[in-house]
Design a binder for this molecule. Sequence first.
Ligand code: MN
Ligand code: MN
Length: 365
Amino acid sequence: MATSQMPMPASFDPVGSRRAYRGNTVCNVAVGSQDRTGGPWRNDHDNTTDHPSGRTDRTGPDSTNKGYEHMILRVDRLAIDLPQPKHPNPNAAAAVQELMGGRFGEMSTLMNYTFQSFNFRGRDQARPYYDLIANIAAEEYSHIELVAYAINLLLSGSTERGTDPTAAPLAATADARNAYHFIASGQTALPVDSMGNPWTGQNVFSSGNLKLDLIHNFFLECGARANKIRVYEMVDDPTAREMIGYLLVRGGVHIVAYARALEVLTGADLSKLFPIPDISNKKFPEARKLEDKGLHQVMFRFSPNDFRRLGEVWTGTHPEDGSELRVEDSIPEGAPPPNLPAEPQLTAPGVDMGFVREVAKHLSR
Ligand code: MN
Ligand code: MN
């Protein structure tokens, strides 16, 4: 592709007013910045000097990352607050695994966009597309986390709690659809699909051709949407449905984003295809309540200072309801990750904190 000829979005829309990040817990932010009053994203330093790493490919008006040394910033918040399950449900958890490790699951979207962003050639000529793909990759990380917690909550308490192995506390799981949940993990999520097949790198498509990759990503998000809808129809537990409602809305954003990227790149009108599958998110109460708040219009920017040009693609109106698309200069507010109870019959975590404290006291003498 002649990158110098590549059609570019008409308007450069730098994000002018930057809000402080709302996440409250940050790992690996460093260095030298004592002023965190505005939250971890705030960076009031001037941007005239080079990043310590020597990076020189900055594009935005305020993208130096000065004061930060992280490559990956992780905020210990779950994308949304998940309700507790009505009751433990191992087979519902097994079905939800499709949204984790299935061909169209969140591990696939995460890894597709991650590799496409690592492998992006001609980034400087096609910056808004790079920014879009790289930024969505970061959001997908929060989605695998959310699916994992839905699975973990559904599995919590699904066997008899206790420390006597002769009581066969796992007896009921002999009939569970996914025995790995009880044999290979501590009653927790695994990188497998709903049939227990391990996720595979064969699910990653990274051709190096931007149009082809964007068409693939559009297809991938539509396939993911079909799977979410079907798992929703399989599982009526509120934990699973709250998670799916959120992911239907966010996946819908990604469908529109990749369609819009193709439109900006080629002039093709993909809006006539919406929605695929042809059922509205408004049919799902857990998704509808979020769209009523405008969540389907928002592209979150998952970086304190980078990916500033995604707004050149994420612009215009939503193809389904005509509402205005906008970039939010923050990540979702989220909620603390649920504390998963111990399952002593699986020796998970197998730690007696009183004993650990005794040993520590002994060792420090
Ligand atoms: Mn996703
Ligand atoms: Mn997605």
